[in-house]
Every structure is written in C-alpha cells, then in structure tokens.
Ligand binder design. Structure first.
Ligand code: IPE
Ligand code: IPE
Ligand code: MG
Length: 254
C-alpha cells in the first residue's frame, strides 16, 4: 500500500469512527432486493439486477480501501433456477458482461476473483469467462472477491461428505479441520460479518457451516441502493458487538 492509499484508508475509517484493528477479515453479503427495487419504479425485475452492479462496484472498492481481505457475494443460489427463464438468462448475461468489463480494472486494484458453487451447471460462456477471470495473475493481492454462483450450502456440505468418503478418511481422522478441507471455502477464513439487504431475515441456504459464529447485520436497504456508507455502517455495527464465543466477557473482576 502506498502512502496515498494509506491516507485514503485512514480518512475513510476515521469518518465512520472505525477501529482499523477490528476490521472484519472476511465479510459475506446476501445481495437481495433487486426485483423489489425495480418494481418500486414500475420497471422489470431485470432492471434491478442491472442497477445492482453499481452496488457491487462500490462495495468492492470500499472493501479494498477499508482493509477487508475476503469478500463473498451471494450472486445466484441453486434455488434461483426456479425463476422465469428470461430472468435467469439476464442474470447469466449480466455476469459475463460485468466480468468482461470490470476484471482488468479490478486486477489492477489488487482484486483476485474466486468462486464457490457448482459452476458446471452454468452456461458454457459463463463458465469459460469465469475460469479466465479467476486465472488472471494479480500482483499484490489486496482482496479476494469470492462469488457464490449456483451455490447451496447444503450441496456444499454433501460434496464435502462425499470427499471424506472418497478419500477413505478414518473415523478418527474426521474433525473440523479435515472436514473444512473438503468445503468450497477451503483455505478461506470464516466470515466474521454477514450482511443481508432488503429486510429479509434469513440465510437462504448460504454458508451454513462458515457462518456458525458470524455476526449478522440486516438492513432494509435494497441492494441497488447499497453503497459505501451502508457497508461502513455494517462494519460499525460489527465493531459494537460483544463477541463471546460461548465464553464470558473479559473484565477486571476476579
Ligand atoms: C437479489 O435480488 C438477486 C438475486 C437473488 C439473484 P432479488 O432478485 O431476489 O430481488 P427481490 O428479493 O425479489 O426483491
Ligand atoms: C438469496 O436471495 C440468493 C441470492 C441473493 C443470490 P433470494 O431472493 O433468492 O432468497 P429468498 O427467496 O428470499 O429466500
Ligand atoms: Mg430476493
């Protein structure tokens, strides 16, 4: 990080009274509310998805600037195939166009792309674009951007169980660490903060294992309206939580 970037980070964090030592290493977001955002304007749901791209841009940039190391965005669930064909096609097209338009610039900013989910069911052009975008060399990696695509937490856990069986692990070898090595998120620390937009209070088959001890921040803001200030407010909320992990808060009392 050069001195200008350091200054940007300092200014950004201090404007939201954020402690630079307690920025979550990994933030996961359920980007929800695109359809309602469009319908509120008398537009087709796809218009909402198109406008959600600007929010992704803003959040990725703010994550880099504020020092978040991993950002996972839930972009398409296995249940989302149940939507009308034209909406699914528009989402897939949007993914490809956005990757083509943004990836070079993101790589220059130190953003490395990764995915979780079953990509094999995505259209070939999506799959190919994703493979090429994920294989791009990034100089100094500042942010791992993980797109959850055709993702289902239950599917991921079943895949991991299959991996355990396929590798003939002995009962005594199965523990949290070995099991996690078969998850899609292998090598990635669990999110400390999960944000869901649009006022829904559920996790919709997202990261069931990894969110075991995450803090949840729910906001009624619809995804296409979500910007830098909402992201930083979520981190502020996180920094005001007492994380006890089943223990007791440390006090001076004996
Ligand atoms: C989130 O917005 C985007 C995806 C699930 C792909 P929605 O499309 O779910 O928008 P709402 O929840 O219907 O408003
Ligand atoms: C969750 O949103 C999936 C994504 C954001 C990709 P949905 O809108 O699909 O979830 P439900 O239907 O409200 O549970
Ligand atoms: Mg939704």
């Amino acid at each position: 990080m050069n001195s200008e970037e350091k200054q940007i980070r300092q200014d950004l964090l201090s404007s939201f009274n954020l402690d630079p030592q307690c920025i979550p290493q990994h933030i996961a977001i359920i980007m929800d509310g695109n359809g309602r955002w469009a319908e509120n304007r008398g537009e087709n749901r796809i218009f909402g998805h198109l406008n959600g791209v600007e929010s992704v841009r803003s959040v990725v940039e703010t994550a880099v600037q504020s020092g978040v190391r991993y950002l996972t965005l839930y972009a398409f669930s296995t249940e989302n195939w149940n939507r009308p064909k034209d909406e699914v096609e528009a989402l897939m097209d949007l993914l490809v166009t956005t990757l083509v338009q943004e990836m070079d610039d993101l790589n220059k900013k130190g953003v490395r792309l990764n995915t979780i989910g079953d990509l094999s069911a995505l259209p070939d052009n999506c799959n190919n674009q994703l493979k090429s975008a994920c294989s791009k060399e990034v100089g100094e990696v500042r942010l791992d951007l993980i797109l959850a695509l055709n993702y289902s937490a239950k599917w991921e856990i079943i895949q991991a169980v299959k991996g355990v069986v396929r590798n003939n692990l002995k009962i005594e070898e199965i523990n949290t660490d070995t099991f996690e090595s078969f998850l899609q998120t292998k090598g990635i620390p669990d999110p400390e903060l999960m944000i869901r937009t649009s006022g829904e209070h559920r996790i919709s088959n997202f990261m069931l294992w990894q969110l075991a001890y995450a803090e949840f921040h729910f906001t009624s803001v619809l995804w296409p309206d979500f910007r830098k200030e909402h992201f930083l407010t979520a981190i502020q909320d996180f920094q005001n939580r007492e994380r006890r992990f089943g223990g007791l808060l440390q006090t001076n009392d004996k």
